[in-house]
Design a protein around this ligand. Sequence first.
Ligand code: SAJ
Length: 423
Amino acid sequence: MVGEIWLSVNEYSGGDIEMKVNVIGLGYIGLPTALMLASEGIKVVGTDIDQSIVNGLNGGSVGFEEDGLQELFEKAKRNNIVFTTQYEKSEVYIVAVPTPYVKSSKKVDATYVKNAVRSVLDVCDSGSIVVIESTISPGTIDKQIRPVVKKHGKEKDIHLVHAPERIIPGRMVYELENNNRTIGADEENVGQRIKKLYQTFCKGEITVTNIKTAEMTKVVENTYRDINIAFANELTKICRTDNLDVYEIIRIANMHPRVNILSPGPGVGGHCISVDPWFLVGDYPGLANIILAARKINDSMPEFVLERISEIMEDNGLSDVSRVGLYGLTYKENVDDVRESPTLQLLECMKRHLAGGIKVYDPFIHKNMVKNQYQDYTEFLNNIDMIVVMVGHRHLNQNLSLLKNKVILDTKNVCNGENVYKL
Ligand code: SAJ
């Protein structure tokens, strides 16, 4: 059977051999991956336990916005991609379900992955390959997934692979095609087979290594970025106490050939960079020191923004927080994803301090999800004297003139002018 898969992938690259892949979890990662494979002629079944997602896809709606995603969807449909809540017998299974972390222990919560693997084991044949794409902390496959396979009595029958994704929301389709990737497998030939599969759409370099190295590498990549953002945020706080312009300092420092400081901001959101470093903190207590400090600094930024709001309100004789508006609810610009967003963290922090009434607007969020949220930009602006730019959406820049009578706190360094305050 294993030989057959190897053959089929090889033959596929040369032409028209069928190969079936079941992609499990049709979210931000699983869906584009499923569509990409189907567009390249692989027979794909996309599975999600959420009937409404499956109904949406079968009804022609992709569910979220990404450049090039709709076109990919159309192509995949022409190639007969199937969307269902059922798991389908296939040669390869790609699991792309969420991996949250347990707030108290900071350890990865692999429940969704384990459930998905259990369901795969119920249907799969001997020789199948189960690829985990979800981000997991180092050792998760050994400690949590292998026992599930063993309990099912299939440890000798199936092959586990870890192929963490690297795509960034906002550029997913481009990055799926062009990023380098890592594949971790127990046996080199299994890794090479999965490499062939990803090579049907991925033009980047694909490194095959062992599973634990692949797990660690993925978490290290996001932790590296978290630490570097934390450095920029810490500099911001330092510069604030001395009234120094942190952006000018970073600009000049970055002219050094070996310095590349990232941008400060109102905090770090998203489901990756603000989550993955906790896996290392949780798993290596006492050793993950810089990592923990970086997490704390980035998590402290929404509160720092609140302090800045209060200072600037006082400077301008403003006392009514309900005349202040937050621009942006998403975790970064030009996406509709609000997971772990700094604005939500800031609102949470206000709630803890029993403060409320601040207004909110985001051009990407068409449903009201927080209190005092507006859907109409003009109405939002008419009801505030001070605007806090939490996210630098393109929409803000296209309508900058509307802000000329407002006091502006720009946490993303996207506005200029006399009435503009920075972090
Ligand atoms: N941010 C800053 N300053 C910066 C850069 C980002 O404050 O200089 C903030 C953003 O505003 C946002 C957060 O950090 O709130 C994260 O945004 P991001 O654009 O840096 O990254 P993500 O979370 O959208 O995607 C990351 C990517 N990982 C890395 O860049 C190492 C992506 O490649 C991964 O695939 C993704 O995480 C993931 O799934 O792990």
